[in-house]
Design a protein around this ligand. Structure first.
Ligand code: RAM
Length: 907
């Protein structure tokens, strides 16, 4: 890689005058793979190591590193030796592969830009999970196999499993390896193991089931113990795909347990699921289903089920099935879902003597919890809703056939506290009926537990514009509401599926807001498992057996778009390695159906384009244009990925393919003036061609001019659906139409983001007008109030309004591009993101004709600041390069920078 001379000059220059202390602090935040900190139950026998440099980032760079890996007893397993490299993320382990259960430790030290070495870091640990199915000596346990009536009989009943066991000696280390077909909660001696929800998670259960590892050292005791588990149908055997059918993968839940206890003398005792376990289905959860909620009858509680003295006579012995080669049993490679916060009710309104509605103030996803007075035998009915009707009652029609209700029948009169944990709900309002009518409802009767994949928030965006800030909030709520083990389209109706189109449009934005690196890497494994021999990828993943169909352009293309976005934003090359074949196969799927560079697949079009000339929902953009555009985009990404992976032949092959598609697309879809030749001229038609670089450079401005005219004719408002919306601001901005990019975002008119905010949105909506004060609710058949796709505009807000973007040439923010828009409708904007190197930020504020611009570049990274021609730099940086168009460019090393700028155009 060759960098221009000024780049080095500026680095040298900037490092002059730095007062470097003689002591270089040891690296910190040691993690493996996609950010795992001293994991137990880890999935990868050959991990990659990452660390952060500590201390003032001012000019701090790594010149060399050394890694040591040792057994826990201290025997060396691998040493990298001193490696002259600035690489501080994803350094591959080079020793022999680790084995299942193996516990190892590693540490790292580095040399800074002056050649001074740091101390060694603290040791970090890695403990492997059970890597192979053959590591499991337990058996699947389940209710007696009466498959025919089982299907009839099992309407979502939870299975309760139990086993007592003896432990001879004090346990030094206890590990519980566990998984289920269905979703489980497991306890030892009455204490729930872990805080996870919906484990093991949602995969194609015929191909791969994720397994969990828990540290249970503190839960087991010498002497008698009891282990109990509740397993519900979950996605495995419950309802899916908007119909009444259940049992797509199997007809009843199953459990697999392996408890391994090591005593002080290193003697191993193992307790596994086998024929010695017992079960019942006659427990208090009489029905639990993802779509339909949960019914709990406290009169059926199994008293002391998890106590030693419980009489097992009322239980039946389990049936068993062997662990087979398929499905694969593999450690879960990202965090499970958990409660991440709890919302309190903000208001309560009584609708009848027996019924009240609580408002949590925010559309959310998870569990409502009740804590209120009840009368023995009188069922409490809990119904939820995202919206209220005009008369103040709850609006549930948009849930379609999802019952989304929970019932609790108390055994005694008194105060109860309960939440339905084998189902999840998308809601803001909770209607409660059937409580003790003598009691006056209070706000603390109901709260909402927010449940989603447990990832950290890493990004923040804020500005001087209240509605833009609300939009950012809505984007974040849309994300946490729909990242519950898989990326769902929506969290509330009878759908909640991993729609691939929605996922690909939102992936980049999602990676900014939360640390979704592991989440996406894991879901991509499901996408690979789903890919058909012809390269097609389902419209949603995981897809139940027999439903893995679909080639819709813009949907299955998640196969090449998400690996690339993930690579650009994390710098993780392994993502490309793991997915390269899938990326190319998806492109081949187009190639096989193409003729002279053009292709046409059926599909969802520019889904939910708001203002239509033609067909409902699928939009007016030509399917041939959409298909060809994604085909070309796929070829270009395969060429880029091949270059990163050093596959030179493939680079040439995919570049040639991209050129062929590009030439064909321009010739076929554009007339001499750069106008679309398709039956209907749509914004998205232009956006896809320009956004995917399918217009020859010399024609870009004339095509962009046509797009601009089109948008102007549409009232300077967007008329785009799922495929066009993520591109509209970026393309207008890139092609010199910044004013229009700003206009489409900052309008309150329908269709726009602010329009839904003006109608009360606290999340992203499926449609721009899912609801309006004037016209009420949109068509109930397709009207989600929590659909993250349109939140894809976030990317442009962070990268341009506040001005911080990754540089695809130095991915993972190793080098970043700072290019804030200073003269738009904002007077301030700021963005920050915890990158894998440390926190990066850009914040600007305008006062009169001056701007303060504060930038933070993490240690061991660099940035390039671009400033438009209308500002001059008064102070804060040196070595400013002035471009021919009058703009300025400044190369920045790591560190904080405070710039003062002046607006030249103001006299
Ligand atoms: C809907 C989903 C999803 C969309 C597909 C085409 O049912 O909600 O958002 O991608 O259809």
């Amino acid at each position: 890689m060759r960098l221009p001379l000024f780049y080095f000059l500026s680095l040298v220059y900037c490092s002059l005058g730095l007062s470097l202390s003689a002591e270089v602090e040891a690296p910190v935040e040691l993690v493996v793979n996609e950010g795992f900190e001293s994991p137990i139950g880890f999935y990868d026998s050959e991990p990659r190591f990452s660390w952060k440099l500590k201390g003032e980032p001012q000019g701090l760079r790594q010149q060399a590193y050394e890694i040591d890996v040792a057994s826990i007893a201290g025997n060396n397993l691998w040493s990298s030796g001193r490696v002259d490299s600035n690489q501080s993320i994803d350094v591959p382990y080079g020793g022999r592969p680790f084995k299942s259960r193996e516990l190892v430790q590693w540490r790292v030290r580095f040399w800074d830009q002056t050649g001074t070495g740091s101390e060694w870091s603290d040791w970090a640990r890695i403990e492997l999970g059970l890597l192979e199915s053959s590591d499991w000596s337990g058996q699947w346990i389940h209710p007696l196999p009466k498959p025919a009536d089982e299907i009839e009989e099992n309407f979502g009943q939870v299975v309760y499993f139990r086993k007592t066991f003896n432990v001879d000696a004090h346990t030094k280390t206890g590990r519980l390896y566990v998984t289920s077909k269905g979703i489980f909660e497991i306890s030892i001696n009455g204490q729930k193991v872990g805080h996870d929800a919906f484990v093991p998670g949602f995969t194609d259960y015929h191909k791969r089931i994720e397994t969990l590892t828990y540290d249970v050292t503190e839960l087991v005791r010498a002497g008698k113990n009891v282990i109990t588990a509740e397993v519900a149908n979950g996605w495995y055997a419950g309802r899916l795909m908007w119909n009444k059918k259940k049992h797509y993968w199997g007809s009843y839940p199953e459990l697999l347990v392996q408890l391994e206890l090591l005593d002080e003398k290193n003697q191993l005792a193992t307790v596994v699921s086998d024929e010695t376990w017992h079960y019942t289905k006659d427990g208090p959860v009489v029905m639990a289903d993802i779509y339909d909620g949960e019914d709990y009858d406290a009169r059926l509680e199994l008293h002391d089920f998890d106590a030693l003295h419980f009489e097992e006579k009322s239980l039946k012995p389990v049936a068993t099935s062997p662990v087979e080669a398929m499905p694969l049993l593999m450690p879960k490679r990202f965090a499970p879902s958990r409660v991440t916060r709890t919302l309190q009710s903000v208001s309560v309104s009584r609708i009848s003597e027996q019924s009240v509605i609580f408002d949590l103030g925010q559309n959310m996803v998870g569990w409502p919890e009740i804590h209120l007075p009840v009368i023995a035998g009188q069922t409490i009915q809990i119904r939820v809703a995202e919206m209220l009707q005009a008369d103040g009652s709850i609006y549930t029609e948009n849930y379609r056939s999802a019952r989304s209700m929970a019932n609790y029948t108390p055994a005694k009169t008194g105060v109860i506290q309960w939440k339905p944990t084998f189902s999840f709900f998308g809601f803001r309002y909770v209607e409660v009926t059937g409580f003790d009518p003598k009691a006056a409802p209070t706000l603390d009767w109901v709260c909402g537990h927010v449940v989603h994949t447990d990832f950290k928030q890493v990004g923040e965006f804020t500005s001087s514009h209240a509605k833009l800030n609300q939009l950012q909030q809505n984007i974040q709520w849309g994300q946490i509401g729909n990242f519950l083990d898989i990326p769902t389209d929506c969290p509330q109706r009878d759908e909640r599926l991993g729609w691939t189109g929605d996922a690909q449009v939102f992936a980049a934005t999602s990676l900014f807001n939360y640390d979704t690196h592991a989440f996406w890497a894991s879901w991509l494994q499901s996408v690979r498992e789903n890919q058909q021999p012809n390269g097609a990828v389902s419209n949603f993943v995981p897809a139940p057996p027999g439903h893995a169909k679909g080639t819709s352009p813009g949907w299955g293309d998640c196969a090449f778009i998400i690996p690339w976005e993930l690579y650009v934003r994390t710098g993780d090359i392994e993502v490309l390695r793991e997915n390269y074949e899938m990326m190319c196969k998806r492109v081949q799927c187009y190639a096989n159906a193409s003729k002279d560079g053009l292709v046409e697949f059926k599909g969802f079009g520019d889904w939910l384009q708001p203002i239509l000339v033609g067909k409902a929902m699928r939009g007016d953009t030509s399917m041939q244009l959409i298909s060809t555009a994604f085909y070309g985009y796929g070829a270009s990404l395969c060429a880029k990925a091949a270059a990163v992976l050093g596959k030179q032949e493939d680079v040439l092959k995919y570049e040639a393919l991209f050129d062929e598609v590009r030439t064909a697309a321009a010739a076929h879809f554009l007339d001499d003036s750069g106008k679309l030749t398709t039956a209907v001229e749509t914004q998205t038609g232009y956006l896809l061609l320009l956004g995917f670089d399918l217009v020859p450079s010399e024609r870009r401005s004339e095509v962009a001019a046509q797009l601009s005219v089109r948008i102007k004719a549409d009232g300077n408002r967007l008329n785009t659906g799922f495929l066009g919306t993520p591109l509209i601001n970026r393309v207008l901005d890139d092609t010199g139409h910044l004013e229009q990019a700003i206009a489409v975002l900052f309008t309150n008119e329908y269709p726009s983001w602010f329009y839904s905010i003006d109608q009360g949105a606290t999340t992203m909506w499926e449609r721009w007008n899912s609801y309006s004060y004037a016209d009420g609710f949109g068509n109930k058949s397709m009207n989600s109030f929590n659909h993250y796709a349109y939140g894809a505009v976030g990317q442009w807000m962070y990268e341009r309004l506040a001005g911080l973007a990754p540089d695809p040439k130095h991915p993972g923010y190793k080098h970043m591009i700072l290019r804030p828009i200073l003269n738009g409708p904002l007077t301030s904007a700021s963005v920050s993101i915890d990158t894998r190197y440390g926190r990066a930020s850009s914040a600007w504020q305008k006062t009169g004709d001056t701007y303060a611009l504060d930038i933070l570049i993490p240690a061991n990274t660099t940035g390039t600041l671009y400033l438009p021609d209308y500002v001059e730099i008064l102070s804060g940086v040196e070595l400013i390069e002035t471009e021919t168009d009058g703009s300025s460019r400044v190369e920045l090393h790591s560190g904080p920078f405070s710039l003062k700028l002046r607006d030249r155009s103001v006299r």
